[in-house]
Write a protein that binds this ligand. Structure first.
Ligand SMILES: NC(=O)c1ccc[n+]([C@@H]2O[C@H](COP(=O)([O-])OP(=O)(O)OC[C@H]3O[C@@H](n4cnc5c(N)ncnc54)[C@H](O)[C@@H]3O)[C@@H](O)[C@H]2O)c1
Length: 336
């Protein structure tokens, strides 16, 4: 399959490596408004460089477009490609408003094309193993509560480009950018959100960014379980993301990509990783991006649904937007 990519910045390398590494795709062309970035990728890969998405899509007919641009461009670029009959793999978040999300979902349904969102942590061994374990309700009991903490470091230098930290282009701060993966995982494992009560703050980077650097929320899951969530970029380092799931008869903890069971006497036991044969990445071994991108291409070739589409991948966007709404109104925000 022929692949094109728009946005040759930091994350594009993971996409390009995965396109090159999965054996099902060939990088045809790349576009960036900073043409020197597109030229650099072109020199390294043999792809054809363009200075705009439209120029690229007018000239080339890729099967798949990888969208690696700032947040506010994701849905408009995806709709542009879908209208031209091109499958889209969108970096998170797939949309920045509920209106955009609805438009993306409608376009996915109407065109029948694949829309993928990059929640690559869903392919981590720990996440896959945990979901398998929690299915055994007889052994572990019902899920009672979940907690998630994202404590990372971002300073003024990170926000010195023309989009990070701005309401118009990043469309939020730590929640919509760094912590959206963890919200996605919590809602996935705990079975969907029905409500949130949240707060956001900008204490660490006041005067530097327009958006929040810290957020917290109480979570209500459809299963009846509750949850607590905290995210900040004011920590001294990028600590491993921490998630814990308290069931009636067991407690499971994810720290980074490690999964543990916490026994009732406090003893912590590491749970063995997935066996390679159980891993859905199949031959596509390696990072989450590689596994996700392989799975995305395989879903096109095998003509089967891609799981993290505009509907499933949009759930975390809905959660983020609900926390923003709650923070603004001071009230609980409901989720469908
Ligand atoms: N899945 C993950 O874990 C993960 C990690 C990092 C970043 N991301 C996401 O990837 C996206 C890009 O992040 P990044 O860190 O690579 O940002 P970046 O700023 O390094 O790269 C963005 C690129 O888009 C280009 N661009 C901007 N406007 C454009 C336009 N109109 N047409 C063409 N190109 C344009 C910029 O010139 C830049 O090269 C964001 O959505 C971010 O949230 C995801």
């Amino acid at each position: 399959m022929k692949s094109s990519l728009v946005g040759c910045g930091g994350i594009s390398a993971a996409h390009i490596k995965s396109i090159q590494g999965n054996g099902q795709a060939r990088l045809l062309s790349v576009a960036d408004i900073k043409i020197e970035r597109a030229n650099k990728v072109a020199a390294e890969t043999g792809a054809i460089p363009y200075a705009s998405l439209d120029a690229m899509l007018d000239a080339e007919k890729p099967d798949v477009l990888h969208i690696c641009t700032p947040h506010y461009l994701h849905t408009p670029m995806a709709l542009n490609a879908l209208e031209r009959g091109i499958h889209v793999l969108i970096e998170k978040p797939c949309a920045v408003t509920l209106q955009e999300l609805a438009a993306l979902r409608t376009a996915q349904k109407r065109t029948g094309l694949k829309v993928g969102t990059c929640f690559q942590n869903r392919y981590n061994y720990s996440a896959l193993q945990l979901q398998k374990l929690l299915q055994d309700e007889e052994k572990h009991g019902k899920l009672l509560s979940a907690r998630g903490f994202v404590t990372w470091k971002r300073g003024a230098d990170y926000y010195s480009d023309d989009w990070h930290g701005t309401l118009a282009k990043e469309c939020g701060g730590v929640l919509i950018n760094q912590a959206i993966h963890t919200l996605d995982m919590l809602q996935l494992v705990a079975g969907g959100l029905t409500g949130v009560t949240g707060h956001i703050a900008n204490d660490h980077l006041k005067g530097v960014i327009e958006v929040e650097d810290t957020a917290c929320a109480m979570l209500e899951f459809a299963s009846g379980a509750g949850g607590v969530f905290y995210a900040t970029v004011a920590y001294a380092a990028d600590a491993p993301v921490f998630m814990e799931f308290k069931c009636e008869k067991a407690v499971f903890r994810i720290e980074g990509d490690n999964l543990y069971e916490i026994k009732s006497d406090g003893e912590i036991t590491a749970i063995k990783s997935f066996e390679p044969k159980d891993y859905p990445g199949k031959v596509c071994w390696g990072t989450g991006h590689l596994a996700l991108i392989c799975d995305f291409y395989a879903s096109i070739i095998e003509d089967r649904p891609f799981e993290i589409d505009a509907f499933a991948g949009g759930k975390a966007v809905e959660a983020v937007l609900a926390i923003y709404e709650s923070a603004k109104t001071g009230k609980r925000a409901a989720l469908a």
